[in-house]
Design a protein around this ligand. Structure first.
Ligand code: FAD
Length: 320
């Protein structure tokens, strides 16, 4: 009876969230006195998972699984969970995992809690803390089913290296035909994605136009951050829709969110509540974002941001 964890990868490379869910699963396994088995699909560096606490990796190599397919992936994880007699299955809270987890819950007759932010406060009864109401509140929920599925919120637990190693085994379960064929996946950019980013630099209508985004990109580059924006910015075509953050856009759970020229409307804040540290740069002292911010700079973005870039570059050069 091990803890089973599904690890996401892209183009053969495990995502950072994959290492985080394994770190989390290891903490749960230690609490329950058991071990961690990871499932990886087409990952070239599956043995890396040993360093984060997996003692076994079930590796599925199959070209037909290169594009994510929820039904097929859920069948693989269900099969692995049954083989391992897993009582706890851990997935991330990415869009893909939120899509496959309910299918998995049906297959395993399991209770599922998404957006979990901490290791269980108790494993008997199994109680997890998770965010609720678009991250405005937390709830402690007891999962009462025999098999439990935990969806870990990105960047909530962090990476914990254990220095261990994992036995990588080929795994070839029978995979059902899902009735859906993904013909191609076109990514808008090859930059850091908002969902995986530890730091996000986001711009709003206060930046006046797309021609002013150079400084946002420069700041993001210096910080190794992803770029994002408010809804009107993408509606106006200044930035791609994939960057729009909020209630109707993408959620962000970064360690640092820098909002520049964004008012802080409730629909925007709904997407960033899970971010740990929020920094706001705005000319208007009454901008609602200041109430949600940890640090606020009242000032003109066109003066503040270039100075910030200059200081950060100098700091990096001095500490290189
Ligand atoms: C159903 C619904 C869903 C929505 N979903 C979303 C969503 O998912 N995401 C989202 O973002 N919005 C969403 N909205 C829109 C939301 O209500 C706001 O209109 C939007 O967030 C405002 O964007 P903004 O802050 O960039 O622009 P504005 O409201 O125009 O604010 C611009 C800000 O920039 C500041 N500013 C101006 N010049 C400067 C300068 N030189 N330097 C620094 N600061 C400056 C201003 O003081 C102001 O605070 C939704 C609305 C509805 C009705």
């Amino acid at each position: 009876m091990s803890i089973l964890v599904y690890t996401e990868s892209e183009n053969g490379k495990l995502k950072k969230a994959a290492l985080e869910v394994v770190s989390y699963a290891k903490a749960v396994a230690d609490q329950m006195g058991t071990s961690v088995t990871a499932v990886a699909v087409n990952a070239d560096n599956a043995e890396t998972l040993g360093n984060y606490g997996a003692s076994k990796v079930l590796l599925v190599k199959d070209d037909s699984l290169k594009a994510f397919n929820a039904k097929k992936y859920a069948a693989i994880i269900e099969n692995a969970a049954k083989n391992e007699a897993a009582k706890v299955v851990v997935v991330s809270s990415s869009a893909n995992s939120k899509y496959l987890a309910p299918l998995l819950a049906v297959g395993l007759d399991a209770g599922y809690v998404a957006n979990v932010v901490e290791a269980p406060s108790n494993v008997s009864p199994f109680t997890v803390k998770h965010s609720a109401f678009t991250n405005k509140a937390f709830a402690n929920t007891e999962i009462t089913t025999d098999v439990k599925i935990v969806g870990l919120s990105n960047n909530s637990f962090g990476l914990v290296e254990s220095g261990g190693s994992a036995a990588v085994e080929d795994f070839s379960p029978s995979i059902p035909d899902s009735g859906v064929t993904v013909e191609s996946v076109d990514k808008a950019t090859d930059k850091v994605s908002i969902a995986d980013a530890e730091i996000v630099v986001s711009g709003g209508r206060g930046l006046k136009g797309p021609e002013n985004w150079g400084m946002i990109e420069e700041l993001a580059e210096v910080l190794g951050a992803a770029t994002a924006c408010s809804k009107p910015v993408s509606d106006l075509g200044w930035r791609p829709h994939g960057e729009h953050v909020g209630q109707t856009g993408k959620p962000v759970a970064s360690n640092l969110y820098i909002a520049i020229g964004i008012s802080g409307a409730i629909q925007h804040l709904a997407g960033i509540n899970a971010s740990k540290v929020k920094v706001v740069i705005n000319t208007d002292t009454e901008a609602p974002f200041f109430k949600a911010a940890d640090y606020g700079v009242v000032g003109d973005a066109f003066e503040v941001v270039p100075k910030l870039i200059e200081k950060l570059k100098a700091f990096k050069a001095a500490n290189a």
